[in-house]
Design a protein around this ligand. Structure first.
Ligand code: KIV
Ligand code: ZN
Length: 513
């Protein structure tokens, strides 16, 4: 059996199914590029048939990604599969991932289909997909809660039709590590042609065991592909977290004896990018990517680490991409140093024009903030309020007054569709007053689902604030992110960035209908 463990990232498909995590095509492409730098084996780019927006996102990722296999999800029907194949046409390596539910509950209540109908549809779909693509993955949805006898019949049939990977989802996060591992083992032993495919695990985190279940599927069951997402993003409690599963296999190579092709130094940048794009904040004590994951607070621990790192550290922070909050640039740094730092951080800007614009923002920030950290640069480049393609609304200036016992007031000057406006409002606080001022003119009518502020670098009130605003309007949910040393300004930028997305009419429908 191979000792290579395939890392299949589904941040852009299953991860995107988290309420409020839907992304634009540009955002998905930016994350896909980072996943490629991370060297994931397979990027599940979306669900091409679910919407025109998702089709375009999958297509654009297939157009640009050259190192990783690009995959699209498709229900087990010809239309979905043909749409996936069409979106993947330009991919260097393409995979179609088709699925149909096989548990009694799903077949009877959701699909209203008999076992024989499901079996036949699975068979025909894989046959159809194999005519369009050499790499076909099949998933029996809710596989873990399916009747093993029936599941074995379905799996045997789809292998006969040419499926190359069989993925066994624990769709509702019901599994327990030992049981899930044994379930995969049992399927591999009972399905007669099981050696013709790669077995894959796909675990949801409803009981907090997605990573443990996935690892058991590998260790006990013999699976050689893990499906996972950055930061464990995903429906409900999320999916198996890529950073955790990869570092577990790497750190405990003695136990797993498997190779993963991931460039682990790209893990933290990937985590930051996904968190910033979706507005899903990473908890400080989250393994590997949480702000405290490598912080030693107690005196005994600090003393131990200073004497010998491995007294309390099983991984090195720099191996997963923590840059130790280095002061990288300042006010006097030139364009070349800035460009070099972008390259060191793995940030590729498309044109000289984009580099110049980012450099101008860097200079502006350096005038107001003496120490510029890597995190500031990442935020500055990702700040959507200044990305030219989203410029229907742009902040010009903001003034606010607040004093104890008085109702705060704000005056915001901004450009809307090329025209300069000035709006004023009162509010509960300066942020509320500023956003109300903008809304008094724009009249978007959007409902705010989330407002969150985070310090970009820890340890000082000099840090920039990064604000995420999530708005809902007309069935669409968008996130806007803005950063600035002044959190009121960051809030106005984030609000305008979200309005830009609502304005841009990009289709942002949840991937799985
Ligand atoms: O959780 C699940 O069952 C899925 C399938 C579509 C693979 O995401
Ligand atoms: Zn899933």
């Amino acid at each position: 059996m191979s000792d290579k463990l395939i890392i299949f990232d589904t941040t852009l498909r299953d991860g995107e199914q988290s309420p409020g995590a839907s992304m634009t095509r540009e955002e998905k492409l930016r994350i896909a590029r980072q996943l490629e730098r991370l060297r994931v084996d397979v990027i599940e780019a979306g669900f091409a048939a679910s919407s025109n927006g998702d089709f375009e996102a999958v297509k654009s990722i297939a157009d640009h990604i050259r190192e990783s296999t690009v995959c699209s999800l498709a229900r087990a029907n010809d239309r979905d599969i043909a749409r996936a194949a069409e979106a993947l046409k330009s991919a260097e390596r393409a995979r179609i991932h088709t699925f149909i539910a096989t548990s009694e509950l799903h077949m009877e209540k959701k699909l209203r289909m008999t076992r024989e109908q499901v079996l036949e549809q699975a068979r025909l779909s894989v046959r159809f997909a194999r005519n369009l693509c050499g790499d076909v993955e099949f998933s029996p949805e809710d596989g873990y809660r399916s009747d093993p006898d029936f599941l074995c019949r379905v799996l045997e049939a789809v292998i006969e039709e040419g499926a190359t990977t069989l993925n066994i989802p624990d769709t509702v996060g019901y599994a327990i590590p030992e049981l899930y591992g044994n379930f995969i083992k049992m399927l591999r032993e009972r399905v007669p042609n099981s050696d013709k495919v790669i077995w894959s695990v796909h675990c949801h985190n409803d009981l907090g065991m997605a990573v443990a279940n996935s690892l058991a599927g590998v260790k006990i069951g013999g699976a050689r592909q893990i499906e996972c997402t950055i930061n464990g993003l995903g429906e409900r409690a999320g999916n198996c977290a890529l950073e955790e599963v990869v570092m577990a296999v790497r750190t405990r190579r003695d136990h797993f004896g498997l190779e993963v092709g991931i460039d682990t130094t790209q893990i933290v940048p990937a985590s930051r990018m996904v968190s910033q794009t979706t507005g899903f904040v990473v908890q400080p004590n989250k393994a590997v990517v949480g702000a405290n994951a490598f912080a030693h607070a107690s005196g005994i621990h600090q003393d131990g680490v200073l004497k010998a790192r491995d007294t309390y550290e099983i991984m090195r922070a720099e191996d997963v991409g923590w840059s130790a909050n280095k002061i990288v640039l300042g006010k006097l740094s030139g364009r070349n140093a800035f460009k070099q730092r972008l390259a060191d951080l793995g940030i590729e800007l498309e044109s000289e024009g984009e580099i110049n614009a980012a450099f101008a923002r860097f200079k502006d920030l350096a005038d107001r903030k003496s120490e510029i950290f890597d995190e500031d640069i990442i935020a500055l480049v990702g700040d959507e309020s200044v990305t030219p393609e989203h410029e229907a609304y742009r902040l010009l200036s903001l003034e606010q007054q607040s004093a104890t016992g008085e109702r705060p007031r704000a005056t915001v000057a901004f450009v809307a569709d090329g025209i300069e406006h000035k709006a004023q409002s009162e509010g509960n606080g300066p942020v509320d007053a500023s956003l109300k001022a903008i809304e008094s003119l724009v009249k978007s009518g959007a409902e705010m689902l989330l407002y969150s502020v985070n310090a970009i670098t820890s340890g000082s009130t000099e840090s920039q604030g990064e604000v995420t605003v999530r708005l809902q309007h007309g069935g669409r949910v968008v996130n806007g992110v803005g950063s600035d040393p002044d959190i009121v300004v960051a809030s106005a930028k984030a609000y305008l960035a979200a309005l830009n997305k609502l304005h841009s009419k990009q289709e942002r429908v949840a991937a799985q209908g």
